[in-house]
Design a protein around this ligand. Structure first.
Ligand code: ATP
Ligand code: MG
Length: 474
């Protein structure tokens, strides 16, 4: 029996439709153009990666890895062997419970695996888990290592664009499948000019897209050393413990797990408390302090306007020095369109050579939303020419005319069945056509075609060549 219930896109995912997709294409085209003028090349990593890559690169403890990733089963296990305190439990998949013969043979197989595992646990390969990527920096770093890019002239400048997946609570500007445009600079020196030029590129891109009300915030989070960030975090923790009772549950927990993240808090009643906490700028080591000052100077030389935000932090050890974020208008509380920062230890953490790194990720959905809010959305794309034809001979001419016009780059609609001229003209204006090319017996015989301008109803007679010349001259 046919099931007639309708399907819908999964919650948190959505269809991008015309004419909106034209805006997406324009934004992506702008990224290709701007990034290539800064010497970046495009990388297209896969959308699924080994779970371990994200666990290591983003961190087991983060919300993204702990709660938000979409697992892709490489093959569903029939029977799962769990061990806990030496007790082994076997879970049998629903479908096997009704097929005793198959179950018997499966059990046999697992019994032998179990024996092997008991005598030598390392002899049984761990089951692969694949994940839909929640971001792409980890993939780019993996690719840098996998393809020995450290042998290329350094630094290597790469950009990417595409869908990312996070199991978050969907709301305006927050989806489970969303799109990022990002760039990474890997290798080379840690000259402050690299940080500044990356940010300059980003701001030129936003500018070229026509994004309104952009604000760039920057900060330096030093590096993971006792005389720098680690010392600061210890100090911060001390101060937080003193005000613990006044903080919410999340922040209380973070005092132990990740005090820096408390600075991220958006809770109203915590703001006044946070304002009194020690600031990282006063605890940077001399090198990080000098690096930060130089980045700011380099930004000024490039005419990039920024403001400093001491609360802009990243929770992971390998993030260091420069961090930045860009907000735009029209987005409500989800107003961050881009986040970025330096991550010098990441490539090494993933098994590569010590490598400097800095990058950013733009939330394309939010960028598009903001452009739409400020009236930058394109209108539905009309047709340049609608060909109204009647009769067998006229049809042959119409096919030829459509081919010639399309070759010249015009948007042409050729109705697949014959329509009375009145009906055809109605369709033409519904499709937002600029002109109707009228082809009937008279036109075919005389070789003089009728071109009607739909806006004012005026008509002119033109030969094929004259028509082409006329349209091109507009
Ligand atoms: P947020 O604080 O908004 O959750 P984030 O810190 O998780 O952002 P990043 O991981 O730094 O974001 O990703 C960079 C950009 O990607 C963000 O600034 C945002 O524009 C966009 N982004 C992140 N998560 C989503 C999502 N679920 N839906 C749409 N865009 C997103
Ligand atoms: Mg997030």
């Amino acid at each position: 029996m046919a099931n007639k219930s309708k399907f819908q896109a999964i919650r948190g995912t959505r269809d991008l439709l015309p004419p909106e997709t034209a805006l997406w294409n324009r934004v992506e085209q702008t990224a290709h153009e701007v990034f290539s003028t800064f010497g970046f090349g495009e990388i297209r990593p896969p959308i699924i990666e080994d779970a371990g890559l994200f666990a290591r690169a983003i961190g087991d403890e983060t919300d993204v890895v702990a709660k938000e990733m979409f697992n892709v089963q490489s093959s569903e296990p029939d029977i799962v062997i769990k061990t806990e305190d030496g007790i082994i439990a076997i879970e049998i998949k629903e479908s096997l419970r009704t097929d005793s013969r198959q179950l018997e043979s499966q059990l046999e197989h697992y019994r032998s695996l179990l024996e092997r595992w008991r005598s030598d646990p390392s002899s049984i390969a761990k089951k692969e888990t694949w994940m839909l990527r929640p971001e792409a920096t980890a993939s780019v770093c993996r690719a840098y290592i996998e393809h020995n890019m450290q042998q290329l002239p350094q630094p290597v400048k790469l950009y990417y664009m595409g869908p990312m997946f996070r199991r978050e609570r969907p709301q305006k500007g927050r989806y489970r499948q969303f799109y990022q445009i990002g760039a990474e600079i890997l290798g080379g020196p840690d000259a402050p000019a690299i940080d500044a030029e990356l940010i300059e590129m980003l701001m030129s891109f936003f500018d070229k897209c026509g994004l309104q009300g952009t604000e760039l915030s920057i900060n330096s989070i030093g590096h993971a050393a006792d005389n720098c960030r680690r010392g600061y975090v210890a100090k911060l923790r001390e101060e937080l413990i003193k005000v613990k009772d006044k903080l919410g549950a999340d922040s209380q927990r973070r005092i132990e797990t990740n005090p820096l993240r408390v600075l991220d808090s958006k809770l109203e009643h915590e703001q006044a408390i946070i304002a009194t906490l020690p600031r990282i700028a006063d605890h940077l080591c001399d090198e990080c302090k000098a690096h930060y000052a130089a980045v700011k100077h380099e930004l000024e030389q490039r005419g990039v306007i920024y403001r400093e935000n001491w609360r802009l932090v990243r929770g992971l050890d390998y993030y260091m020095r420069t961090t930045f974020e860009i907000t735009a208008q029209g987005l409500g509380s989800q107003n961050a369109v881009c986040g970025g920062g330096r991550y010098d230890g990441l490539v090494e953490l993933l098994g590569g050579p010590p490598t400097k790194g800095i990058g950013f990720a733009i939330g394309e959905d939010r960028l598009i939303l903001s452009l739409q809010e400020s009236g930058k959305a394109p209108a539905a794309q009309g047709r340049d020419v609608y060909i109204a034809w009647m009769g067998e001979k006229a049809y042959a001419t119409a096919i030829r005319a459509a081919k010639t016009l399309r070759k010249a780059g015009f948007r042409v609609e050729l109705p697949p069945t014959e329509l009375k001229f009145g009906k055809a003209l109605e369709r033409a204006s519904k499709l937002g056509s600029r002109f109707a090319l009228i082809l009937g017996d008279n036109e075919v015989q005389s070789g003089e075609w009728t071109l009607k301008t739909l806006a004012d109803g005026s008509q002119q007679k033109l030969t094929e060549q004259a028509l082409l010349d006329y349209l091109k001259s507009l």
